[in-house]
Every structure is written in structure tokens, then in C-alpha cells.
Design a binder for this molecule. Structure first.
Ligand SMILES: *[C@@H]1O[C@H](CO)[C@@H](O)[C@H](O)[C@H]1NC(C)=O
Length: 216
């Protein structure tokens, strides 16, 4: 009886999993705030159709990306910010939960250039998945984490890896980011608390006190 019941439950949950496999559009546009794509079947952990809009400023160039994909709930409905030595990105995601559903127009979150007292190591490297700190940047607005990530971008048979360190908002740390880096493979994404400017000033002082004590 019990085995029967358990197998019945398993059968039922298998059935539910099949039923809730969502279908979403997958597409990317760098010219419009919309795109039409191919329909894909989401994995069982992805129960949302996400739309993503981002703006990245590199020097004098502004790049806008709009994308649609399947996503986990952790990537849904939040604004996010990232800054490194070369570029500044802001973006937002929005989700819906029915087959091929539309999220409509998504607006970019407001820019906030106020320094928040935190700082992070910064570097950009192309052709490698590692980069060591080459300078330090001061974080602004909601960017209260230090981020470090590596992407691999494929173009035909060529694969190029990049590594980046900088400041980022906390919400991108808790998302699984697969949708955010749509079109590229994320090799790793690490977050740490941005060090407080005052704490980093304290470190040499503590080392110095320790040395004085040792020498006396
Ligand atoms: C802008 O960022 C600063 C520093 O994090 C914060 O104190 C302030 O509330 C933010 N302003 C707005 C309008 O979000």
C-alpha cells in the first residue's frame, strides 16, 4: 500500500513537472526595447519568462541590450548596477509566468552617482578568465558589493574569455545571473562585501602597531 502510494505521488509529481514546463521566447536586440525570438522550453528550475534591459557605457559609447529568456525567480523583478574600470552598467529585469508571456517595456533604474563610502578592486582582462587588481574604484549609489566575474563569449569557432572586477549592487549577487549575461557563458561570479574606506585605512595602522609592539 505504502509503495503504491509513494509511486503514485512520484507519478503525480512527474506529471506536475511536465505540466509546468514553461515555454518562453529567447532573443536579444541591441537596437530596440523589444525582440521576437525562437520559443524554448524552460528547465524545471526556470519557472519564469524574463525580460531584461541594460545600458552599458564604455567611454563615449552607450550600448543597450534587450533580451528575453527563461529564468529562475531569483533573477526576477529587480534593478541592478555594475561598475568596473572601463564601463558602467545599469539594468532591470521583469518576469511573467505563462507560456510566451510578455513583460512589456522595462525602464532602466535611475543613475545615482553619490559615492557610498565603499571601494573595490578593479580590473579588466581579455583573453583570460583571471584578473588581479590593477586599481581601486569608489562605489556609487546601490553598489555595495565587490564583484569578480568571468565570461566566455563565442563567435563562430572563436572563444574569448574576459575577467572583470568592480563594484556591483547586492541583488546581482543573490541571483544566479544566467539571464543577465545572456549570450555569454558565465565561468564564475563572486561577490564580497565592499571594503569600507575607513577600514582599509585602519589595516596599515594595525600592522604598524603590531610591528612597534614586536620591536619594543
Ligand atoms: C544614492 O546613493 C546614496 C549612497 O548609497 C544613498 O545614500 C542615497 O539614498 C541614494 N539616493 C537615491 C535617490 O536612491
Amino acid at each position: 500500500m505504502r509503495t503504491f502510494l509513494i509511486s503514485g505521488v512520484c507519478f503525480l509529481s512527474a506529471l506536475i513537472v511536465t505540466v509546468i514546463s514553461l515555454k518562453c521566447q529567447q532573443c536579444v536586440s541591441t537596437t530596440e526595447n523589444k525582440c521576437e525570438g525562437t520559443e524554448i522550453t524552460c528547465s524545471t528550475s526556470e519557472n519564469n519568462c524574463v525580460s531584461l534591459t541594460t545600458e552599458t557605457i564604455v567611454g563615449d559609447t552607450k550600448v543597450n541590450v534587450f533580451a528575453k529568456a527563461c529564468s529562475a525567480s531569483s533573477e526576477c523583478n529587480f534593478p541592478f548596477f555594475m561598475t568596473d574600470g572601463n564601463s558602467k552598467t545599469r539594468g532591470a529585469t521583469k518576469c511573467c509566468k505563462s507560456d510566451n508571456c510578455e513583460n512589456g517595456v522595462i525602464s532602466l533604474p535611475n543613475v545615482n552617482n553619490t559615492l557610498n563610502g565603499l571601494q573595490c578592486p578593479s580590473c579588466n582582462a581579455v583573453g583570460t578568465d583571471k584578473c588581479e587588481k590593477s586599481s581601486t574604484i569608489k562605489c556609487e549609489g546601490a553598489e555595495n558589493r565587490c564583484i569578480y566575474y568571468s565570461l566566455t563569449v563565442s563567435k563562430g569557432t572563436t572563444k574569448i574569455s574576459t575577467a572583470t572586477r568592480g563594484c556591483g549592487s547586492e541583488n546581482i549577487c543573490s541571483s544566479s545571473q544566467t539571464g543577465l549575461f545572456h549570450g555569454a557563458t558565465l565561468n564564475f561570479f563572486e561577490c564580497s562585501s565592499a571594503s569600507c574606506l575607513y577600514h582599509s585605512l585602519l589595516v596599515p595602522i594595525i600592522v604598524e602597531l603590531y610591528l612597534i609592539k614586536l620591536l619594543s
